[in-house]
Design a protein. Structure first.
Length: 110
């Protein structure tokens, strides 16, 4: 269907239902916003907030699955120590999650 045929169907008397069509389209857009767009924006905002709050000494996991401890935080990069005397520099956007809490819980169970 082309855009013109959709608009022609929306005309009263053309079988499109007139205002009912536009009400349904509006409701569809509202539902789409609340179930698709808004949660994605919130998730992106939380990830950005987490990356800005990275501190030296935090234990993190990268999007590639590398576990390490933050040694240095620059404006766009993070220096991680992944083993003794093994240091890797990552973009902040490559840091997926904080692992400090999980490690302390695991050692408490032991």
């Amino acid at each position: 269907m082309t855009h013109a045929s959709i608009l022609l169907q929306a005309q009263p008397g053309a079988g499109g239902g007139g205002p009912q069509f536009w009400i349904m389209m509006g409701l569809l857009m509202v539902v789409f916003y609340f179930f698709m767009i808004r949660p994605q924006q919130k998730k992106a905002k939380d990830a950005r907030k987490f990356r800005e709050s990275l501190q030296k000494g935090s234990k993190v996991v990268t999007i590639g699955g590398i576990h390490g401890r933050v040694l240095e935080v620059a404006e766009t990069t993070v220096l991680l120590e992944v083993d003794s005397n093994v240091k890797l520099r990552f973009e902040k956007s490559a840091i997926a999650m904080d692992n400090t809490q999980q490690l302390t819980e695991a050692t408490a169970k032991s």
